[in-house]
Design a protein around this ligand. Structure first.
Ligand code: MN
Ligand code: MN
Length: 316
């Protein structure tokens, strides 16, 4: 924080996430915000390399107390802004190695990573890094798309449409506790959904989620995840493009902003060990509404982690 008496104003100062200290010194840290400014694995509109900076800027609008969960995450958790991973724009796999290389020591130090994307390909190295510490993970995956294609562009195995196929093949996900939520839109054929289900995903399509309602979705997630270490990956295109237009592969008819907030809050009490929020593409945003929503959803993820720590401290 600056010494300026006006430094608390959202339009002043340097934009770290939630005005947390920008440092790679993890002493005493509970959670680290890690930017991954990458869009080399997108298939349609690019621009997610600009996502982390836009989300950080809009995070300055966050006040500290989460009334819905009754927790002040920045008071309960020491959150640092780790800065950005050094990505390699022309090389997906080199970028993935850089992500895993920079994030693994953070996780090994017992610090929870919340990553700001970046396109969805970045979840693969993040899952590799988390599985190395926690073993196969329960995964809650919010998205309009299953992202379980085998390849894109004539055999490319590492795109933003393939990370969860690779993660399952590599044994990073406990597929009995892998839930996809918000899937919708036209596909090339029925095989896209069939593939995801065959890989073990419990797919709660957008239509099903709205039919049964958010609380039933949350109930099923909680029952499947149980006490397992949970990784949550949130593709902003799970939200309707009317609420989140700044994204690369929009699908009409998604969750409202409030439904998305409610679903994240429903993870409270689960053992959330890491998370990412991906696919925010500022060049297609308007009035920063997508980045504002993204910053708030990251705040909710941190609040879920903080509520759990608070409960653990009360119990012990
Ligand atoms: Mn998507
Ligand atoms: Mn995705």
């Amino acid at each position: 924080m600056s010494d300026s008496p006006f430094a608390e104003q959202p339009y002043q100062g340097i934009a770290t996430f939630g005005r947390r200290t920008h440092t790679r010194d993890l002493t005493g840290a509970d959670a680290a915000i890690v930017g991954i400014p990458y869009d080399g694995a997108t298939s349609y509109r690019s621009g997610t390399r600009l996502g982390p900076r836009a989300i950080r800027e809009q995070s300055l609008l966050l006040w500290g107390y989460n009334n819905a969960l009754g927790v002040a995450p920045f008071d309960v958790l020491r959150v640092v802004d780790f800065g950005d991973v050094n990505v390699v724009p022309v090389d997906v796999q080199a970028t993935h190695r850089a992500i895993e290389g920079e994030v693994s020591p953070v996780i090994a130090a017992g610090v929870r990573v919340v990553a700001l994307g970046g396109d969805h390909s970045i979840s693969l190295p993040l899952l590799r890094a988390h599985a190395a510490k926690f073993g196969p993970l329960a995964v809650v995956h919010f998205d309009a798309h299953p992202d379980t294609w085998d390849s894109e562009f004539g055999g490319q195995r590492y795109s933003h449409g393939t990370p969860f196929r690779r993660a399952i093949e590599e044994g990073l996900i406990d597929s009995t506790a892998y839930v996809q939520i918000g899937i919708r839109g036209p596909t090339a054929g029925p095989q896209d959904y069939e593939d995801a289900r065959r890989l073990g995903a419990r797919m709660i399509t957008l239509d099903e989620a709205l039919r049964i309602g958010p609380s039933a979705v949350i109930d099923e997630v909680r029952q499947r995840v149980g006490t397992r270490p949970l990784y949550t990956t949130l593709d902003i295109d799970a939200v309707d493009p009317a609420f989140a237009p700044g994204t690369g592969t929009p699908e009409v008819g998604g969750f409202t902003s409030h439904q998305m907030l409610e679903l994240i809050r429903g993870l409270v009490g689960l053992n959330l060990v890491g998370a990412d929020l991906v696919e925010v593409s500022p060049p297609y945003d308007h009035s920063q509404i997508t980045a504002i929503l993204a910053a708030n959803l990251v705040f909710e993820l941190l609040s879920v982690m903080a509520a759990r720590k608070k409960t653990d401290q009360t119990v012990s």
